[in-house]
Design a binder for this molecule. Structure first.
Ligand SMILES: [Fe+2]
Length: 329
C-alpha cells in the first residue's frame, strides 16, 4: 500500500522528479536506456553497478529470447509460487539458487581456496539455527535413525596450529534420506548438532551414515527440474559449518566416494578435495568405547578442517575479483 499523509492523501517516496529529460519510451531500446539513466540516481555506487549489469543482461535476455507474454507470466507465477512455498523451515528460493548453479558460483567466487585450506561447498536449504549443543563424543542423531558413523578430526590454521573452541555446526539426512525439517511432525531437531573443538583442535562425534537424497520435488523447483529433464538427486554428504574468531567462516560438506550422483549433483556442491573415504570398523569393544549402544560395526570418518584467516581470505577474494573484472573487459 502507498504511504499517506496526515489528510489521508497518497504521497510519493520523497524522491523528486529527476532532471534527466528522458525521451518517451516508445521503442524497446529507449526503455532500456531510460532505465539505465535512472539507475545512475542510485546513491550507493555498488548498488548502481550491480543494477546496471543486471538490467543490461535481463533486458538482453528478454530481447534475445523474444519471450512471449504467456512465458513471462509463467515465470512470474513460478517465482510467486517459489516465495509462497517458503516457510521458516523450508527455503525454496535457496533451492532455486542451488539448482541454477548460482549458489555454487557465488560460493566459489567468495571463498577461493587459500593454500592448503579446506574448500567450501554449498549451504543448501536444510541448515537451521536450532541445532542442539552436543558434547564431544555425543551423537547428533537419535538411536535408530541410520547406520552408525563416527566423525573425528582436528581444526587447524594454515600453518598447522590447532584452533581451539571452533564452533562446528553439522547436519545430515537420516538413513531414509530425509532431513528432520522434511517430516510433517518435527518435535525436536535431529541429525544435527553443534560442538566445539577442544584445546588441541580436536573434534569427534557420533552420527549416522547419510544417504543420497532427492532435493524436494513437491514444489516449484521440483517442477522446474522435471520441465528441464534433470534428475533431482544429491550424492550423500555430511554438512559442516565452522566458525572461529579471526578465521573465515567455512561452510562445507564431505562427500563419500563411490556415490553414483557425485558427478551430477543437482546443486553442484561436490569438489574433488571434499570427496572422502570411510573406514569400516567391525569391533564390538571399539564400538562400545566410542559410545555406540549396540553391534560391532560402524564407519569411521577422519577429516581435518583447515581455516584461512580473515585477512588471507580477503586478499584471495580481492585478487580473484580483480582477475574476473580484467577478464570481463
Ligand atoms: Fe544436504
Amino acid at each position: 500500500m502507498s504511504s499517506a499523509d496526515a489528510e489521508g492523501k497518497a504521497v510519493s517516496n520523497g524522491i523528486p522528479a529527476p532532471d534527466l529529460d528522458l525521451p518517451y519510451p516508445d521503442k524497446p531500446e529507449i526503455i532500456t536506456e531510460n532505465l539505465q539513466k535512472l539507475t545512475e540516481l542510485a546513491p550507493n555506487e555498488r548498488t548502481q553497478f550491480i543494477f546496471r549489469n543486471l538490467i543490461a543482461k535481463l533486458h538482453e535476455f528478454v530481447k534475445e529470447t523474444s519471450i512471449t507474454t504467456d512465458e513471462w507470466m509463467t515465470a512470474i507465477q513460478f517465482l510467486t509460487r517459489t516465495g509462497q512455498t517458503c516457510t521458516n523451515l523450508r527455503q525454496e528460493f535457496i533451492l532455486l539458487s542451488d539448482v541454477l548453479g548460482v549458489s555454487a558460483l557465488v560460493d566459489a567466487l567468495n571463498n577461493p581456496q587459500v593454500g592448503n585450506t579446506t574448500e567450501s561447498s554449498v549451504l543448501g536449504p536444510f541448515f537451521t539455527e536450532d541445532a542442539p549443543d552436543v558434547a564431544q563424543g555425543e551423537s547428533i542423531a537419535s538411536e535408530g535413525k541410520g547406520d552408525y558413523l563416527y566423525v573425528e578430526g582436528r581444526v587447524f590454521d594454515p600453518q598447522g596450529k590447532p584452533i581451539a573452541g571452533a564452533v562446528i555446526d553439522t547436519w545430515e539426512t537420516d538413513g531414509n534420506g530425509f532431513y528432520d525439517t522434511q517430516y510433517a511432525k518435527r518435535e525436536k531437531p535431529d541429525c544435527r548438532g553443534r560442538l566445539r573443538s577442544d584445546s588441541d583442535g580436536k573434534y569427534f562425534y557420533r552420527a549416522v551414515v547419510p544417504v543420497p537424497y532427492p532435493i524436494p520435488g513437491d514444489g516449484p523447483v521440483g517442477d522446474l527440474l522435471l520441465a528441464l529433464g534433470r534428475p533431482n538427486m544429491r550424492p550423500n554428504h555430511l554438512h559442516m559449518m565452522i566458525e572461529a574468531p579471526g578465521y573465515r567462516k567455512l561452510t562445507t560438506a564431505l562427500y563419500p566416494d563411490g556415490d553414483e550422483w557425485l558427478s551430477c549433483d543437482a546443486v553442484f556442491g561436490v569438489k574433488k578435495s571434499l570427496v572422502i573415504n570411510y573406514k569400516d570398523i567391525d569391533d564390538e569393544a571399539e564400538a562400545r568405547r566410542r559410545g555406540f549402544p549396540k553391534g560391532s560395526k560402524f564407519k569411521l570418518l577422519n577429516f581435518d578442517l583447515i581455516l584461512p584467516t580473515v585477512e588471507e581470505s580477503k586478499a584471495a577474494f580481492a585478487q580473484l575479483a580483480k582477475q574476473n573484472a580484467a577478464n570481463a573487459l
